[in-house]
Design a protein around this ligand. Structure first.
Ligand SMILES: NC(=O)c1ccc[n+]([C@@H]2O[C@H](COP(=O)([O-])OP(=O)(O)OC[C@H]3O[C@@H](n4cnc5c(N)ncnc54)[C@H](O)[C@@H]3O)[C@@H](O)[C@H]2O)c1
Ligand SMILES: O=P(O)(O)OC[C@@H](O)[C@@H](O)[C@H](O)[C@H](O)CO
Length: 382
């Protein structure tokens, strides 16, 4: 079996690529970072530091790499059995045209073996969104063939992988937590279901996607935003601050109440899930900066993402949301010199004020009570 994985970054090398290679799949990474591409091709292997009570180094072997913008991507897609991505939600539309060309070549060359494509991004049904972008870039004459031969499989992916603090400046070294979870929608595969240790199959993906994104990522983002406001540099320092922790936990519980109503989760098990996540944020073996976790605040404040979607759920079920409101207000204060979205958000707030800026970014009604509550919290933080 052969695989092409877009994005040899933290989660690409530290989780998805590792699982594929460990399963004996012939793996090629596609990326745009020349230093990483050169190192992968020179060494064909890289170290993964799994940190926890007992640290260990696992070597991922037998991999190579190609430039994601090269013609080689097209030939690879014509041949491989599985394509995965971990590039970031905003990059999917950039790789879609290359995938479309590869599918056309695959069809033209008569390769009718099933191909499955799995986006492993922090998005609700990211692969389905990629499918729309691929079909938009693909001439209509290929669409029926794609429907018959290509599975677009949605997934939920969970492992905290900050940039490595390599003492050796190794561009390939990656440091990961012990925990990992990759859940895929088994109803969307074409051909036989692949057996990849560490990849779990479900026919109830939405519950798992929302549980992960609207618990871990909701809490993580609020930890980052409140952490920065309280002068903390890392997620661990932020979550060990009692004031921050109480709001983060409260927000995860508010979001959890929505998930329990929507998916019928067991409340005691969900409370344990939240506590386990708080423990993961505290991990003393990882150095995860609030700037990584808070990155791209416009994406995180958008309608379907980790702050607004759970809040909309509380409105739907008439549930309380004061901690989510504080978290949204904290996100609006996020600043970073390195992050274009943070600059854009600051400029929008300066131009329009918090009420209209929030409405524009989140899709919430500018006259709604929840927007008024967030503006009040935003001004109080000021
Ligand atoms: N790091 C985590 O803890 C974690 C956990 C779960 C999910 N995710 C998700 O995984 C995705 C990637 O996150 P990450 O933390 O690994 O980011 P990252 O920045 O470490 O990795 C992204 C990689 O994509 C590459 N890239 C950029 N443009 C590309 C292109 N056009 N073609 C191919 N590669 C390209 C970058 O060079 C980089 O190597 C995001 O959607 C993120 O939400 C991350
Ligand atoms: O990758 P983002 O920017 O969507 O979110 C930042 C972190 O919350 C995220 O990368 C987590 O570390 C990850 O989702 C853990 O599974």
């Amino acid at each position: 079996m052969k695989a092409l994985h877009f994005g040899a970054g933290n989660i690409g090398r530290g989780f998805i690529g590792k699982l594929l290679a460990d399963a004996g799949i012939e793996l090629t990474f596609a990326d745009v970072n020349q230093a990483v591409l050169d190192a992968l091709n020179a060494r064909k292997e890289y170290p993964v530091h799994v940190v926890g009570e007992q640290a260990l180094v696992e070597i991922v072997k037998g991999v190579d790499a190609i430039n994601s913008t090269s013609e080689e991507v097209i030939s690879k897609i014509a041949q491989v059995d599985i394509v995965t991505t971990a590039v970031g939600p905003q990059i999917l539309e950039r790789i879609a045209p290359g995938i479309a060309k590869g599918l056309a070549k695959r069809s033209d060359s008569g390769n009718s073996r099933p191909l499955n494509i799995i986006a492993c991004e922090n998005m609700v049904r990211g692969t389905s969104q990629l499918k729309v972008q691929v079909l938009n870039a693909l001439p209509a004459q290929y669409h029926d063939w794609v429907e018959a031969h290509v599975g677009f499989v949605d997934s939920a992916v969970d492992r905290i992988v900050p940039p490595s603090e390599s003492a050796s400046n190794d561009p390939l070294e990656v440091t990961v937590e012990t925990f990992s979870e990759w859940i895929v929608d088994k109803t969307q595969f074409k051909g036989q279901l692949p057996q990849i240790p560490g990849m779990e199959l479900t026919d109830n993906l939405m519950a798992f996607v929302e549980r992960k994104l609207f618990t871990l990522n909701t809490g993580h983002a609020i930890t980052a935003y409140l952490g920065q406001l309280n002068g903390h540099k890392t997620i661990r320092d932020a979550i060990l601050d009692g004031k921050v922790r109480a709001i983060v936990k409260g927000a995860m519980e508010e979001s959890g109440a929505v998930l329990i109503k929507r998916y019928g989760f067991d409340p005691a098990k969900h409370a344990a899930y939240i506590n386990k996540i708080l423990g993961r944020f505290e991990n003393p073996y990882l150095k995860d900066d609030v700037e990584r976790v808070g990155r791209q605040p416009l994406r995180k404040l958008s309608a379907g993402d980790r702050l607004i979607k759970p809040t909309l759920g509380t409105l739907e079920y008439h549930l309380p949301h004061p901690n989510l409101v504080t978290g949204i207000a904290a996100a609006m204060h996020y600043h970073s010199d390195q992050d274009p979205q943070a600059q854009e958000l600051a400029a929008l707030l300066a131009e329009k004020g918090p009420q209209d800026a929030l409405a524009q970014v989140s899709g919430l009604d500018s006259k709604s009570e929840v927007v008024a509550d967030v503006v009040k919290a935003y001004n109080a933080i000021k």
